[in-house]
Write a protein that binds this ligand. Structure first.
Ligand code: MN
Ligand code: MN
Length: 321
């Protein structure tokens, strides 16, 4: 019998992908997982509701064979959606007031996804979670961070796991070759952090530099085909675009600029996973615009990743087995 499955009907898995409870049975190329965690938010909480809101908004894109872009005439993700190559593996379990234990579970979950050869797509959560994803990788990787803020606060015995610390942890990981921070502009940025970032061999690309150079030239400094993890703090977008983001800042990217940058990343680099963080549904406008934009970003980025020859070769190789 025909089912319409309107977006408000049914169980909200990401894009209505099938759920996989036991990741050892995962048989997909893309695994969506949530980290409903906001204990790393020193200002207003609420990003713990991010994964659920993103899944709900994703249903507005579900029920069609792929994502059709009328501007380019291209269709994205058709093979992935029709072939059932996307699975939703659910959320990390949260141990309130025990972030180390929550993060351990998160790292294990990402490792399990990688062990099945799938690409992890992580729904945050605040930005503190990203280090627990990145440490799950064994291989050398580059890290690209889209953010208004550097998130490079010094780690002390008193403070170590806020959303302002993640990239200090990441920079210290032996397998992380370099961090490229794109969109940095907050006037609350500390000069000491900037000095440390550069002294550690990482790169800051402020908004103006991205605009002056263009995204292709920005990513051209990274080796062609290099494997990279991409972390998208939704506050990289301009303040009025993201009412449901506590850390929103003026003079951010417009959506087309973020999309172009992500497209350039997907074309040049081999994206091995990504996350989207800092969407705060309780503070969003009633339409869920910030969550919708988050899902829009995920779907377009995923679409560009899956449109690359290197991805298509993997997909065809998998189908041939
Ligand atoms: Mn951030
Ligand atoms: Mn930020």
């Amino acid at each position: 019998m025909l089912r319409l499955n309107r977006p408000y009907v049914g169980i909200p898995t990401f894009l209505r992908a099938r759920t996989v409870e036991d990741i050892s049975n995962l048989d997909a190329m893309i695994a969506v997982m949530g980290v409903p965690f906001d204990e790393g938010s020193p200002f207003l909480p609420g990003t713990r509701m991010g994964p659920r809101a993103l899944r709900e908004q994703s249903l507005r894109f579900a029920g069609r064979p792929g994502i059709y872009d009328v501007t380019t005439g291209q269709e994205y993700l058709r093979a992935e959606v029709e072939g059932g190559l996307i699975s939703d593996v659910g959320d990390v379990d949260i141990f309130p007031t025990n972030p180390e234990k929550t993060f351990e579970g998160q790292t294990e979950m990402v490792r399990a996804i990688l062990g099945r050869g799938a690409l992890p797509v992580v729904l945050g959560g605040d930005h503190s979670i990203t280090f627990a994803t990145v440490r799950a990788f064994d291989e050398p990787i580059y890290v690209l961070q889209f953010d208004a803020h550097t998130d490079y606060a010094p780690i002390t015995t008193d403070l170590r796991y806020t959303n302002g610390h993640a990239f200090r942890h990441i920079a210290a990981m032996a397998h992380v070759k370099q961090i490229t921070q794109i969109g940095i502009r907050s006037l609350r940025t500390s000069p000491e952090q900037v000095a440390d970032i550069r002294a550690d061999g990482n790169r800051i690309v402020p908004v103006k530099e991205l605009r002056d150079l263009g995204p292709e030239r920005v990513v051209a400094s990274l080796p062609e085909g290099a494997r990279c993890f991409v972390s998208i703090d939704i506050d990289v977008l301009d303040m009025p675009l993201v009412p449901g983001c506590v850390s929103a800042e003026p003079n951010g990217l417009n959506y087309a600029e973020l999309r172009a940058a992500l497209q350039a990343v997907a074309a040049r680099l081999d994206v091995v996973g990504f996350d989207v963080v800092e969407i705060n549904p309780p503070l969003d406008v009633p339409t869920g615009a910030t969550s919708y934009l988050g899902v829009h970003t995920i779907i377009e980025f995923l679409g560009h990743i899956c449109a690359q020859p290197r991805w298509r070769a993997r997909r065809d190789g998998r189908a041939a087995r």
